[in-house]
Design a protein around this ligand. Sequence first.
Ligand code: RAT
Ligand code: ZN
Length: 419
Amino acid sequence: MKTIQAEASQVPFAKQIEEIVMSTPITDIHTHLYEPVFTELLLWGIDELLTYHYLVAETFRYLDMPYEKYWAMSKTQQADLIWDTLFIQHSPISEACRGVLTTLQLLGLDVKKRDLPALRKYFKTQNVDGYITKCMELAGLKKIYMTNSPFDDLERPTWEKGFKRDSRFQACLRIDPLFLWQAEAAPKMAKMGYKVDAGAKPNQKFFDEIRRFLADWAKKMNPRYVMASIPPEYTFPDKTMSAQILEKAILPFCRENGLPLALMPGVRKLINPALRLAGDGVGLSNLLTIQHLCAQFPENKFLLTVLARENQHEACVLARKYRNLHLFGCWWFTNIPEIINEMTRMRLELIGLSITPQHSDARVLDQIIYKWNHSRRIIAQVLVDKYADIARTGWHVSREEVQRDVKDLFGGAFERFCG
Ligand code: RAT
Ligand code: ZN
């Protein structure tokens, strides 16, 4: 066996591992990107990069202008303001700011000139279809998973009409309003032709109707999994409508159709409503809920990413106990180098390679470039340390073995888990 250490005379150990991690194709299992048929729902280009909601929240730290004044501006004016505030008046060192710079640099643009009009000119010359391929190549992605909600009035009509699918993208069925039985769920479902009465006492017919809704949408979308983000307080089992819908409609539906249920606990929605999409916060989740679900429904598969840093260790321990649980990604506020590093080490040390360490959560196409570049670098460093630790015992890995392991981390373990 030709081990990586045996080749060390030509290329150093760390360098070889880094090269493998930087070049292995990735399945990006959670984004907010769309196939081009969804036209303006697929965001891309410099103004979208600058008005990313992560940057909107950071900009308001420096402004005293009323929130509404910002929202009344055109997209170009908003981008100008964010550029000036976060990149010119201060140095762009936050992760989201740095991300814009990495993206531009890897696209071959000169960030040093600080010339926003020139940057805009570059994006004007791109066509969407070719640009998707270009971004995917620069990020090293083989597939982009979308977030697709039947409750979204903007995307629903396209699904209802039907269209020829783009093989670069994979649908995922997002059902937050139904999962949490929010006020909008029943009227929207009724409008779509499902007999669900928000006020009535739930009976078998009611749960069957929800299953019919899920089945119809799964048929339209052919999703890889069903997904919901949930608040820290979400509890199961419980007497709530939401818990009953989960037990009697969503879980049986997922089970019978072999679809994993992806849960994203920890979000406190709109703690500052004036910030709109940028206004959500984080809270510590009660992961007993996840424990109950995994234990009570061994035939269901659960994907899990948790928002609070303080929940990550407990989530790892749960994954050690329940093989119907797969951990993925460093989600949203945890998608910063410090926490990616910590979470990736913790997961590898407690669970090994049966995890998916990252997803991009990109909302703007071009972001896949920086999100994956930054994450790959950290994952590479963690793996170098882990392989070095076992090498000290005399256990050496071959190039093929490292490639196998990295493939698992970048989609292989996920595919095997989903079946
Ligand atoms: O990270 C984000 O962009 C958030 O706004 C959320 O969309 C989150 O990722 C989610 O999927 O709920
Ligand atoms: Zn997301």
